[in-house]
Design a protein. Sequence first.
Length: 178
Amino acid sequence: MRNLHIAAAVATALGVGSAAFGATAPPTPTGAMSASVNVYMAGSSAAVNGILAYVETSHCAGNGWTLFTTPTSTPGLPDFRAISCTAGGGPFSGSTLTVWYRPEGGSVVGVFPVYNNIAVKQLNMSAAGCSLSSQGSNATSAVYSCASVAGTTPGNGTNDSFGTGTFAHTIDVGVSDL
C-alpha cells in the first residue's frame, strides 16, 4: 500500500505519462544538469531503488535513460543519486527530465527540509567526477559513477556540509518510511 502512495506522489510530481515515442540517447552529465524538467526528492534510503526504477520504467520507457550514483561500497561514503531521460509522454513529452534523489540522511532528510523549506545538497553531475561505468544494449541506457563528492557521511552528513560535486536545492518530494 505504501509503495502505491509513493508511486502516486512521484507521478504527480513528474506530471508525465508513460507513452514512449522512440528511443533517444541517454543524457550525459551535462545534459542531465541542464534538463528542462527537474524534480528534487530526498528521504528514505529503503525507497530509493524502487523510486528510481519507477521513473525509469514509467517515464523513461522506450527512451534513453542515465542513472548517476555515488559509490557507496565503503561505509561512510555519501549517497547521492539521479536519473535523467527524455520524457516519454504527458505534458513534458520530448523534454529532458532529471529526477534527483537524495537518500543520504534517510527519512529525516525527506521530512525536515520539506517542513522547514530549506535547501539540501544534491548530486552535481557536472562537478562530481562522473565516469561511464556501464552502458545498456543498443546504447539506450547508461550508468555513471560519480566519485568526486567531497565529504563523508560521519563528517558532513549531520550538517549537510558536503562540498565539491554537490549543489543545494529545495526538495519537491520528501519520502519517509518512519
